[in-house]
Design a protein around this ligand. Sequence first.
Ligand code: AMP
Length: 283
Amino acid sequence: MTAPILRQLAYLHAKTDAWTRAGAVIGVVPTMGALHQGHLSLVEAAKADCDRVIVTIFVNPKQFNNPEDLAKYPRTEADDAVKLEPYGVDAIYVPEPDQIYPAGFATNVSVAGLTDVMEGEFRPGHFDGVATVVAKLFLQTRANRAYFGEKDYQQLMVVRRMARDLDIPTEVIGCPTVREASGLAMSSRNLRLSPEGLEVAAHLNAAMRSVAEALGRGEAFDDVAKHACAELLETGFSEIEYLDLRSAASLKPLGRASEPARLFAAALVEGIRLIDNIEVPAA
Ligand code: AMP
């Protein structure tokens, strides 16, 4: 079934008003397009839980702190619609920019605390852009449930906090990271890597898994992290922005996996910035 592509909020509301009147549970999967199996796993989860599913595709300029990254972000709308066909979603919302940011738009949604570290530190303004657009998409779609990937674990936490704080009645649901056979977390940005770059990229998750194993044996994080970063640089990464062990609940830094923890990383290969995170079992 081909889902209608809606570009205007009024058309989206015509659908969601009718669905809400009929008592349907509405699920939304917010994306920036260039859909891959990671996005499609969220669509599958939404389809299993909800009566109506909306996929949104919007490359949100407000969340890009690097103009080149925005300009080069893959845009593949026609392919995306084809990929969604087997899932039978009810609408694909691809808002015109003025449907999200009309002339005179002056509001910013900013979540404190959780955004001070990692992506917030290395991408100034990024989470304000995310929180603002996601707040708008939740309200515009009137979704009861929204599906986000653990691939962007910090984003998932920020979005959940934002919805709770603003009393937006959309339940935020996290779904596991989908990976290539190599362990590389699927990402639209992987499309920009050469075959050699993809091989290098796969080392990131492998290195993270060895760090997690060492932590499981009771080793101290600082020692294993130093070693892992040196190895990644040798493998072909040009920069490791961070490799952090943090509480899964609060994101506070940890020296050991003394409570439910996650290992987070951001690293650059061929000028492409990759992020990943994995669960670390308590030692
Ligand atoms: P994006 O299009 O990159 O903004 O991602 C849209 C949604 O898909 C976000 O909730 C991401 O966390 C999620 N996502 C992206 N990559 C993956 C992946 N490999 N596995 C699971 N979810 C993902």
